[in-house]
Design a protein around this ligand. Structure first.
Ligand code: C5P
Ligand code: MG
Length: 167
């Protein structure tokens, strides 16, 4: 028997520098003094969500689909990466059930943006806001020029969804 569930996991990090944008989960962090050094918009939350989706079905990682050397992806919005990863999962008959994201960043405090980030990620995945958990941690000063992100996602086979298949 093959279980109708899979867990995916993703991890990402970006260097922080003055004069760059900081975008997390599709939300612009306007009060950040430092932003992400990246080929795309550097959205380290959307990158891990996409990697978690892909890893759940062993579909590789986002670098396989969006090489960071390719000129065409320069400065692109990371929502495109999540949309592509979600499409790859859905084409195979799977959907995300819930997502948990951890952001490790010393400054600024992100707590006040938790709901906005959760809503933004949830909307991209067509999930209710309550199915996207977002946690924030500092590095306790060990990595002040660094944003680190991690995410897990539970995937379910569509034909195992409640109400499908004659339950
Ligand atoms: O890393 P530490 O456990 O000291 O973080 C304490 C709390 O600060 C976290 O639980 C989180 O709610 C909040 N935090 C935040 N924004 C950050 C880092 C931490 O709101 N960038
Ligand atoms: Mg990244």
């Amino acid at each position: 028997m093959t279980w109708p569930f899979r867990v995916g996991f993703g991890e990402d990090a970006h260097r922080l520098e003055a004069g760059r944008r900081l975008v997390l989960g599709g939300v612009e962090i306007g009060h950040a003094e430092l932003g992400a050094v990246a080929h795309s918009d550097g959205d380290a939350v959307l990158h891990v969500v996409a990697d978690a989706l892909l890893s759940g079905l062993a579909l590789g990682d986002i670098g396989a689909y969006f090489p960071d050397t390719a000129e065409q992806w320069r400065g692109m919005e990371s929502r495109v990466i999540v949309e592509r990863a979600l499409a790859l999962v859905q084409e195979r008959g799977w959907v995300p059930v819930n997502v948990a994201v951890v952001v490790t960043l010393d400054r600024p405090k992100l707590g006040p943006l938790r709901a906005e980030i959760a809503r933004s990620v949830a909307a991209l995945l067509s999930l209710p806001e309550g199915d996207v958990g977002v946690s924030f941690k500092t590095s306790e000063g060990l990595a002040p020029l660094h944003v680190q992100t991690r995410a897990t996602v539970l995937l379910a086979r569509v034909d195992a969804a409640p109400g499908v298949g004659g339950e």
